[in-house]
Write a protein that binds this ligand. Structure first.
Ligand SMILES: Cc1cc2nc3c(=O)[nH]c(=O)nc-3n(C[C@H](O)[C@H](O)[C@H](O)COP(=O)(O)OP(=O)(O)OC[C@H]3O[C@@H](n4cnc5c(N)ncnc54)[C@H](O)[C@@H]3O)c2cc1C
Length: 516
């Protein structure tokens, strides 16, 4: 019996069976056996009248979008296959990212304060045998998903939103004038939003046989009994590369204990570890990481997940009238598992964009594609992900990744908060990236050269393309700011399209960070 099996089988709610279900899916990914059955079909016949403007399938982040659209006066139905309730494990986020909920008037200040379950400062970044640095106000707020979703659910219903729980999406037929959704009694809608997460049947069909380019595996617990719990860890390693994996750790003070995560970036290879094996590693290394004996801890809950990442992200709509949002869209950075934070950053543009698309009847595939545009700031992060992982057949000195990260973070710290902080919040901007790359290349030329064979020349060339685009988008965003008032005076269809390009330049260059 492994450490994970021994410890997890003693916990309430038997997390072991959920872990093994996730492992079965992860194994299917590794073996290229993922179910991508047809759930979306098309019909040339007209649907006639529709009962809904928007049907949203999936009620975690889907609820945020649903409530934002109900507030704009649209008829919204939200379908959730289980009960719509957030998990008890907090989402960590930076406070500035939460202000969007106030700006969009989804929550009052009191309601937002009530959803914040914990807050701490400062947080550490440290690498095995290398640098240690501390930052403040980054991912230092713990939002209770349960409290947040409960409040939003009540407000969504009070403003006329329609919620169906225990109602799973089964399939949908796309007609020229609407979508017939098979779920519960059936729904006729103008637009279907897919918010069913990474493993959404719609995005699986859309991705087809395409295999993820990488996967982030994460396991962890929230426990009491730690001797020290007043600071956090954003990005820490305590070991060299082992089993062709570089392990990273995160730790956050939570309202009912301390959350610790072990995560690693891997490719989709059959020999990669299962989540249960990673849990064994987690329990083996946790005492060293947190300086605590396992038998001193009272584990409240365990957590696990795996996040398929695709170079071609965000996922482009494959059909008219269907748009992926949240995790199903692959819109978050391949570096982090901060999908809640990513959704909040994009909520203003998605709310405006979907509102305008419905108003101007811009619901065909090409018009909706403008809502999930190419974002060079997302694409450039692939190189970093690649630099933090090792292929199965690769021989890399055990401390290569630690040394590289240590050097890069020391350089970023020397360049100051405007360079370091956006990066830690998953926002990559051209000036900050250019400064960091220049400084690291100048200070550590040998180390930079050694990374080239590790990541591969093709990845590097691809990265260069996205990097140039990042600079281009940063420039275009400056021009775009002055075009915004003019775009509003155009006929609706043009106004919709131009506004989406302006958004693409802004968000694609990390320009949204300045506005927060
Ligand atoms: C261990 C872990 C820690 C995390 N920590 C953080 C963090 O600190 N900060 C942060 O920002 N993010 C964090 N995340 C990421 C965050 O939880 C996700 O990004 C977020 O939950 C994504 O929401 P979603 O609605 O897109 O997808 P999901 O959360 O996957 O929700 C999808 C919803 O769709 C429903 N659904 C699925 N299939 C159907 C169907 N057929 N019909 C109807 N409904 C269906 C599901 O029941 C579910 O409610 C973490 C994730 C994990 C796993």
């Amino acid at each position: 019996m492994g450490l994970a099996e021994t410890i997890l089988s003693d916990l309430p709610d038997s997390p072991l069976s959920g872990l093994r279900r996730a492992d079965a899916l992860w194994q299917a990914y590794r073996e290229g056996q993922v179910d991508s059955s047809t759930v979306i079909t098309q019909s040339p016949e007209r649907l006639g009248t529709t009962d809904w403007d928007v049907v949203i399938c999936g009620g975690t982040l889907g609820l945020l979008m649903g409530y934002a659209l109900v507030r704009r006066g649209w008829r919204v139905a939200l379908l959730e296959r289980g009960r719509l309730q957030g998990r008890s494990q907090e989402w960590n986020i930076s406070r500035r990212e939460l202000t969007v909920l106030l700006e969009l008037q989804l929550l009052s200040q009191e309601e937002l304060d009530a959803a914040i379950a914990s807050e701490y400062n400062p947080a550490r970044i440290a690498f095995h045998g290398g640098a240690e640095l501390w930052v403040r106000d980054v991912l230092n707020v713990g939002v209770s998903p349960r409290a947040l979703l409960d409040t939003l659910k009540a407000k969504f219903l009070a403003e006329g939103g329609h919620l169906l729980e225990q109602t799973g999406f089964e399939s949908a037929i796309v007609h020229p004038d609407g979508v017939a959704v098979q779920a519960g009694g059936g729904f006729k809608t103008r637009l279907l939003l897919d918010a069913m997460g990474h493993f959404s049947p719609i995005s699986r069909q859309a991705r087809g046989s395409q295999r993820p380019d990488a996967v982030c595996l994460v396991v962890g617990t929230c426990a009491q009994g730690y001797p020290k719990n007043d600071t956090g860890d954003l990005f820490v390693s305590i070991t060299p590369i082992a089993n062709q994996c570089q392990y990273f750790w995160e730790a956050f003070p939570a309202h009912d204990g301390r959350t610790t995560y072990l995560f690693t970036y891997v490719d989709v290879h059959p020999s990669r570890p299962s989540l249960e094996q990673l849990f064994d590693e987690y329990f083996r290394l946790l005492p060293e990481y947190q300086d605590v004996a396992l038998d001193q801890l009272q584990i409240g809950r365990s957590l696990h997940g795996f996040f398929p990442c695709y170079r071609q992200s965000p996922l482009q709509p494959k059909w008219d009238r269907i748009l992926p949002i949240g995790d199903s869209s692959g819109g978050q950075s391949p570096l982090s598992f901060g999908g809640f934070g990513a959704m909040l950053r994009h909520l203003p543009r998605l709310t405006d964009g979907i509102h305008q698309a419905l108003t101007a009847e811009q619901l065909n595939r090409s018009a909706l594609a403008l809502l999930q545009p190419y974002q060079p700031n997302l694409s450039v992060t692939w190189l970093f992900q690649r630099a933090m992982s090792v292929r199965v057949d690769q021989t890399v000195p055990p401390d290569r990744i630690n040394q590289l990260l240590s050097a890069v973070f020391v350089d970023m710290e020397a360049l100051g908060e405007p360079v370091l902080k956006p990066f830690l919040q998953d926002v990559v901007q051209f000036p900050a990236l250019a400064q960091a790359m220049l400084r690291t290349s100048f200070m550590h030329p040998g180390m930079v050269l050694r990374v080239v064979p590790q990541v591969g020349v093709l990845t590097l060339l691809e990265w260069l393309f996205h990097y140039i685009n990042l600079g281009l988008y940063a420039g275009l965003n400056q021009v775009g700011r002055s075009l915004r008032p003019w775009s509003k005076s155009l006929p609706p269809a043009w106004s919709y399209r131009i506004a989406r390009w302006l958004d693409a330049w802004k968000y694609g260059s990390g320009g949204d960070y300045e506005d927060e």
